[in-house]
Design a protein around this ligand. Structure first.
Ligand SMILES: *[C@@H]1O[C@H](CO)[C@@H](O)[C@H](O)[C@H]1NC(C)=O
Ligand SMILES: *[C@@H]1O[C@H](CO)[C@@H](O)[C@H](O)[C@H]1NC(C)=O
Ligand SMILES: *[C@@H]1O[C@H](CO)[C@@H](O)[C@H](O)[C@H]1NC(C)=O
Ligand SMILES: *[C@@H]1O[C@H](CO)[C@@H](O)[C@H](O)[C@H]1NC(C)=O
Ligand SMILES: *[C@@H]1O[C@H](CO)[C@@H](O)[C@H](O)[C@H]1NC(C)=O
Ligand SMILES: *[C@@H]1O[C@H](CO)[C@@H](O)[C@H](O)[C@H]1NC(C)=O
Ligand SMILES: *[C@@H]1O[C@H](CO)[C@@H](O)[C@H](O)[C@H]1NC(C)=O
Ligand SMILES: *[C@@H]1O[C@H](CO)[C@@H](O)[C@H](O)[C@H]1NC(C)=O
Ligand SMILES: *[C@@H]1O[C@H](CO)[C@@H](O)[C@H](O)[C@H]1NC(C)=O
Length: 459
């Protein structure tokens, strides 16, 4: 009894520093090596040889992708604020939104971002993956690509030999964490803009990645204790593109229909064996509930906002302030809080010493008591539908305060329906309840057409 009491008193006396397991997430760098302060910000800030009266900011421009100093600053600042994170996840898209580049550009961008990140965090576990732009041509991911062989050389030290086979086959792998298994997927294979689809030999399961995911989930379900030598009862899913729909533009979906359905079917079937589901790609800060056919909320996917500020032409989209975030989890891998940090790009361009600052805590902002779970976030979403103050808070964070505007009509629907339904059929039904936006000044048809013709403009 005495030792217990002593322990208890000791516990009370200790500072209540969060014992959380810290997961630092850096998303969507989009390094543009051609960024120039003499560039044209209507042309990706590339120098076109013309003289201009006003130069662009050395750390970037809201119309364009990130120059190296911005990425360096984001990584330095994440290391200043979190010198010793337990885990770093890095969900890809290292190449800029440019056309017609070759493999040299992809490999150079990936190598440069790898060097920046690995040299700042030499002793940390870092789990990298690819974004749809980390390919030449962009989006064209296939199995057995030379990309996997080349990047394996850069990353094998972090990933370990046991992952070589799946990595070379499809750019995916798993990683044993203390109390769970991270499954890091190459979901670019499922992207509807992936033109290599015509060449997939196994269209039902490109690179056998679904089979791999299902095997890991089934193993977790059967794992006798929470943790054993050869299994864990939780699998965390990490990837660039998430299942579900873009929240800022009505009807912009990512995965091909059948892949979205298969991914969600697996998520629903094994919901109890899945811990976190963390993605990038949107550049914005949002989440998706995942509901089973009976409308029970069974899982939750987070989209972390980007480092690049790049302005997306998709209807209703735009730019964002640069960000990174930390997921704080407990020993059972439950997410206790998510803390996002951001920088105002205009301020940084005026003063190179501007720090990244705390933007918000999920838990505080959304008034969550206890852990962040699918059911608490479902309650938050229900509240957002009628509480404009709460919804506006979400909109502020959605772009890290870049031009936050309360969305109306189908743009409001796009946001709320994207959060509520990751499956397309129920999303479409949900969206159909909102009236079409009719401001002709937005030139919606032209932008939609452009988006269809030039998928390079997609995120
Ligand atoms: C640039 O500055 C010159 C001289 O001050 C001025 O004549 C010209 O109109 C300016 N050009 C633009 C595009 O602002
Ligand atoms: C990657 O970058 C490092 C240091 O920045 C350089 O030494 C190396 O040659 C580069 N490798 C490739 C494959 O570009
Ligand atoms: C990383 O680990 C090595 C060897 O343990 C140590 O010498 C070095 O100081 C560590 N670096 C950092 C940044 O913690
Ligand atoms: C499909 O494969 C053929 C033969 O390797 C190749 O020439 C073609 O570019 C590929 N198509 C796409 C869209 O990747
Ligand atoms: C783990 O190992 C135990 C005993 O070594 C074995 O009985 C069990 O089937 C293994 N489980 C998995 C999922 O491989
Ligand atoms: C969204 O797409 C679905 C399926 O293609 C279509 O039925 C629906 O009319 C579209 N809704 C809007 C608002 O464009
Ligand atoms: C998803 O599950 C439903 C039944 O719940 C089934 O009808 C459908 O065929 C599955 N879809 C895919 C792509 O596996
Ligand atoms: C893993 O779980 C055990 C209890 O099962 C706990 O003591 C330990 O701190 C956990 N490790 C991490 C890193 O969460
Ligand atoms: C630049 O920012 C730093 C950090 O916030 C501050 O200490 C410094 O005074 C600023 N410099 C100027 C010229 O505003």
């Amino acid at each position: 009894m005495w030792p217990n009491l002593l322990m208890y008193l000791l516990f009370l006396a200790l500072p209540h520093k969060s014992a959380a397991y810290q997961v630092l997430h850096l998303a969507d760098f989009h390094l543009d090596i051609e960024y120039s302060i003499n560039g044209d910000n209507q042309k990706m800030c590339h120098d076109d040889g013309q003289k201009r009266n006003k130069t662009l900011g050395p750390f970037g421009d809201y119309m364009c992708d990130a120059p190296k100093p911005l990425i360096q600053h984001a990584i330095d600042e994440s290391a200043r604020l979190f010198p010793n994170p337990d885990l770093i996840i890095w969900t890809g898209d290292n190449v800029a939104h440019i056309d017609g580049y070759g493999w040299e550009v992809v490999l150079d961008a990936v190598n440069q971002t790898t060097s920046l990140l690995f040299s700042r965090f030499p002793n940390q576990t870092i789990l990298p993956t690819f974004g749809n732009h980390d390919y030449a041509p962009s989006n064209g991911f296939e199995s057995d690509s030379s990309l996997y062989t080349k990047t394996w050389e850069l990353w094998k030290g972090k990933l370990g030999d046991e992952n070589k086979a799946t990595f070379l086959q499809g750019g995916y792998y798993k990683y044993r964490l203390p109390n769970a298994t991270a499954v890091v997927l190459n979901t670019n294979l499922y992207y509807s803009a992936n033109k290599a689809y015509v060449n997939f030999t196994n269209k039902a399961d490109p690179a056998d990645q679904f089979a791999f995911l299902e095997t890991e989930l089934a193993k977790a379900e059967k794992c006798p204790n929470r943790i054993s030598d050869n299994c864990t009862s939780l699998v965390h899913i990490i990837a660039h593109i998430a299942p579900g729909v873009f929240e800022k533009s009505p009807n912009i979906t990512w995965f091909r229909d059948e892949y979205n359905e298969r991914f969600l079917n697996l998520t629903i079937r094994y919901a109890n064996s899945i811990g976190w589901m963390i993605f990038g790609h949107h550049h914005t800060d949002t989440f998706h509930l995942i509901k089973d056919p009976l409308e029970n909320v069974v899982q939750l996917a987070y989209m972390s906002p980007a480092v690049t500020p790049w302005f997306s032409d998709l209807p209703g989209a735009g730019a964002n302030n640069p960000t990174f975030r930390v997921y704080e989890t407990d020993v059972y891998s439950k997410i206790e809080d998510i803390k996002t940090y951001y920088i105002n790009l205009d301020e940084l361009n005026k003063n190179a010493s501007t720090p990244f600052v705390f933007e918000y805590s999920f838990k505080d902002a959304y008034g969550i008591t206890g852990d962040i779970t699918p059911s608490t976030m479902s309650d938050v979403l229900e509240k957002m539908k009628t509480d404009d103050k709460l919804f506006m808070k979400y909109i502020d964070y959605n772009t890290a305060y870049w031009n936050p505007v309360m969305p109306v009509q189908e743009y409001r629907g796009a946001q709320l329906c994207s959060m509520e339904y990751a499956d397309y059929p129920r999303y479409y039904t949900c969206l159909s309840k909102y009236t079409k936006f009719s401001d002709s000044s937005l030139k919606l048809p032209i932008f939609s057409l452009l988006a269809i013709l030039y998928t390079e403009f997609l995120l």
